[in-house]
Design a protein around this ligand. Structure first.
Ligand code: 5AD
Ligand code: SF4
Length: 461
């Protein structure tokens, strides 16, 4: 009997899915990637609530599944608001917060009528638990499950759940709750095990990673100490890998963290620092707690301490009341900071978030136009920066097949995507083996032969 799980949204959901796989595999189910696989007994969705579009996708999918469901059991977990959870309970067989995944075997057995192996737990009834909030204890158990990773090249380690920042546009503090940090011993064990298996790219995940440990006071490492410990593990083991983290909050970024990143080779020179808006009044209404000048100081510090680091960001266009002048300040800031990558989003009100109570007064066409203009600025700054890579040699991590036929893809330490042509001198079997010299999950020295706005093309040397 088989199962499939569809993670929507961010890397955190993908990482959580690895732990769900562990549980379902331990029950004897086998994973399938095909929705119409006749052996499917369980189908699940790990939901995202960051935008309405993501929530609508869940409704679309489950209605579709229910139309031809047969005996398949459906479940939903991930990020959803309590109000959506109630509605989802009518459509899915099981709805539960992600940290209850270790009770999934009992919930499934109870639901399917096979209670023979049921172990009593705090939720043995097989009923959905969409109203349950995550708890610290259950989260800690959840994190200690060894996940089934989906890539041979990159792995994601959750270090924290939830957020205390309450940006006015954001639903995360309501879907994932308050910040809870994972024990550093568990994080470092998972890291050691991954580098033992030769994983080359490891990303520490959390909604607000640089507040890591603060909820535990002196009893736990803080984020700088955690990064330093990883740097030391890199030195002691002599392993080659890149450690990333996402996302930090600009307010909690410290010069000390940048110095630690500069000191250790295994801490990747790439920083993702969400700006959201280039206008102080908008930043104030977003409750971001920094001004453009504060952000600028941090960018100067990054460029000073980590001159080779790439800089990524998140931008929201069309936030409530954003005037044309305020939007232009965002464009100016994007030009000034010359981002290598920006995840640009059109504002959409999220139920539960403070801004839901404010008028979503920027018309769709205006949001659309601002999105296009911001994307153009990104393309200009990023292509100018990528052009500097032309003819240079870069270490590239090979990740798999590219969407374009006969191409593989990988990325540089700065996470610039690199397409590699699989021509005769570089490759024989697409994706897996590049010229029988370099395999997925390994580093290759690559010469950059052409550059675009959001990616470059290279040749394996
Ligand atoms: N509308 C648009 N974008 C949003 N984000 C978060 N909430 C919203 C929203 N309501 C974006 C922010 C955040 C990223 C993860 O998603 O830019 O940094
Ligand atoms: Fe949401 Fe702000 Fe927390 Fe990020 S820092 S998860 S945007 S509330």
């Amino acid at each position: 009997m088989k199962y499939m799980v569809l993670p929507f949204g961010c890397q955190m959901n993908r990482s959580d899915t690895g732990r769900i796989r562990t549980i379902l595999n331990s029950m004897g189910f086998e994973e399938s990637e095909f929705e119409d696989d006749p052996d499917l007994a369980i189908k699940g969705i790990i939901a995202c609530s960051i935008r309405q579009k993501a929530v609508d996708r869940v409704y679309g999918k489950i209605r579709n599944w229910n139309a031809s469901k047969g005996k398949i059991l459906t479940f939903l977990s991930g990020c959803f608001l309590p109000a959506d959870g109630e509605k989802f309970e009518e459509l899915f067989d099981l709805v539960f917060p992600i940290d209850m995944v270790s009770s999934l075997p009992e919930m499934i057995r109870a639901k399917t009528g096979d209670m023979s192996n049921a172990v009593l737990s705090d939720k043995p009834s097989g009923k959905s638990a969409s109203g349950d909030l995550m708890t610290k204890e259950r989260l800690e158990n959840f994190w200690e499950l060894r996940p089934v990773y989906s890539s041979k090249a990159e792995a994601f380690i959750p270090i924290q759940n939830g957020c205390n920042k309450f940006c006015t546009f954001c639903a995360v503090p309501y879907t994932r709750g308050r910040e809870v940090s994972r024990l550093s011993t568990g994080i470092l064990d998972e890291l050691r095990s991954l580098i033992g298996k030769n994983y080359r790219s490891i990303t520490l995940l959390g909604q607000n990673v640089n507040s890591y440990g603060l909820d535990k006071g002196d009893l736990e490492l803080n984020f700088v100490e955690l990064m330093k410990s990883i740097g030391k593990i890199g030195r002691e083991t002599g392993k080659n890998f890149w450690t990333y983290f996402t996302s930090p909050h600009p307010r909690d970024m410290s010069g000390e963290l940048l110095e630690v990143i500069a000191e250790y080779d295994v801490l990747a020179k790439q920083i993702h620092l969400p700006l959201q808006s280039g206008d102080d009044e908008v930043l104030y209404r977003m409750n971001r707690n920094y001004s453009l000048a504060d952000y600028r100081r941090m960018v100067y510090a990054i460029r000073h301490t980590l001159p080779e680091a790439t800089l990524f960001t998140d931008i929201i266009v069309g936030f409530c009341g954003e005037t044309e002048t305020q939007f232009e300040r965002t464009l100016e800031a994007m030009k000034e900071f010359r981002f290598d990558m920006a995840y640009i989003a059109k504002y959409s009100p999220r139920p539960g978030a403070t801004s839901e109570r404010w008028r979503d007064d920027i018309r769709r066409e205006v949001k659309e136009r601002r999105f296009t203009e911001a994307s153009e600025v990104l393309r200009e700054t990023a292509s100018r920066k990528n052009r500097k890579l032309l003819a240079k040699k870069q270490r590239v991590l090979l990740c798999g097949e590219d969407e374009r036929k006969d191409y593989s893809f990988g990325y540089t330490e700065g996470r610039i995507p690199v397409r590699l042509s699989l021509n005769t001198d570089t490759a024989k079997s697409p994706g897996k083996d590049i010229g029988n010299r370099t395999k997925v999950g390994e580093f290759a020295m690559v010469q950059i032969i052409s550059t675009g706005s959001l990616s470059v093309e290279g040749r394996v040397l």
